[in-house]
Design a protein around this ligand. Structure first.
Ligand SMILES: *[C@@H]1O[C@H](CO)[C@@H](O)[C@H](O)[C@H]1NC(C)=O
Length: 122
């Protein structure tokens, strides 16, 4: 295996561990997913957790959002960032990928109770 595939493997393994644990420090997965969007990628750097949250594209987005020469898309992934000691998720304006469109639909979200969501730091 070359170093790219090894680091990719590490990212996937840490993403799986993260999703199983459901949180890193104060950053809870359910607080960004909120029963409506699904985390599909995770990066950890210093005291920050960075994720991509997937929303299925609406018909209106599909009708209005396909740019010339672009492939049709089924989902939109938005980058979010959270400080481990604070636990508040915000859209990551500095993410290199930014808001990205994908040709496949999102996985389903693990539903949590409204109480869990109401207890998220904000
Ligand atoms: C996206 O759509 C698929 C298929 O319709 C559905 O199973 C999935 O739960 C949806 N995911 C989200 C995050 O809405």
């Amino acid at each position: 295996m070359n170093s790219t595939s090894i680091s990719l493997l590490l990212i996937i393994v840490s993403a799986l561990l993260y999703v199983q644990a459901g949180r890193v420090g104060e950053c809870r997965t359910s607080c960004v997913e909120r029963n409506v969007q699904r985390i599909v990628r995770v990066h950890l750097r210093d005291n920050y957790v960075m994720v991509g949250a997937c929303n299925n594209a609406t018909d209106a987005q599909k009708a209005g959002g396909v740019l010339a020469g672009e492939l049709p898309f089924e989902s939109i992934v938005t980058p979010y960032i959270c400080h481990k000691k604070i636990g508040v998720w915000t859209i990551d304006e500095l993410d290199q990928e930014g808001i990205a469109k994908f040709p496949v639909r999102c996985p389903s979200v693990d539903q949590v109770s409204q109480e869990r969501i109401a207890s998220c730091p904000n």
